[in-house]
Design a protein around this ligand. Structure first.
Ligand SMILES: [Zn+2]
Length: 123
C-alpha cells in the first residue's frame, strides 16, 4: 500500500501516479502480469463513500444550520482528496495481494524450451 515492491520492499511499483512498472527496479520482480483492473477504484469508492457519507450525516445531525454552500464546498473536496490519496494505495495493495497469493502468473517458473510431448495417438 506504500507503493513498494512486495518482494524486496525497496523498489517502487509505480513509475507514475498509477502506472505500474513492468519489473521492480531494485530486485527485478515481474509486475507485468498484475490484474488490478477495476478493483482499486471500487475499493476506493467503497471506503471514501463510507467516510464522507458518515461525516455528512454527522454534520447534518450536529450542525443542522450549516449553509448549503459550505456543504457544497467541503464534501466534494474531501471526497476528491481522499480518493486521489487512497487510489494508489489500493492499487499497490491489490498488486501485493495478487503477488502474495501467486495469482495471474506471479510465482510461475519461467518457461524453458525443451522437447515437446508427443501428440496422442488416434485409436
Ligand atoms: Zn523488488
Amino acid at each position: 500500500m506504500r507503493g513498494l515492491c512486495p518482494n524486496c520492499v525497496t523498489g517502487r511499483i509505480f513509475h507514475a501516479y498509477l502506472k505500474v512498472n513492468n519489473t521492480c527496479p531494485h530486485c527485478s520482480e515481474e509486475f507485468f502480469h498484475q490484474r488490478a483492473d477495476d478493483a482499486p477504484p471500487y475499493l476506493t469508492i467503497l471506503i471514501v463513500g463510507h467516510i464522507v457519507g458518515t461525516l455528512m450525516l454527522l454534520a447534518e445531525e450536529f450542525w443542522p444550520d450549516a449553509p448549503i454552500w459550505l456543504h457544497a464546498m467541503i464534501w466534494p473536496t474531501l471526497a476528491l482528496i481522499l480518493s486521489l490519496w487512497l487510489l494508489p494505495a489500493m492499487k499497490g495493495g491489490l498488486i501485493a495481494y495478487q503477488w502474495a497469493l501467486r495469482m495471474h502468473g506471479f510465482g510461475e517458473a519461467p518457461v524453458e524450451p525443451g522437447p515437446r510431448p508427443a501428440p496422442p495417438r488416434a485409436a
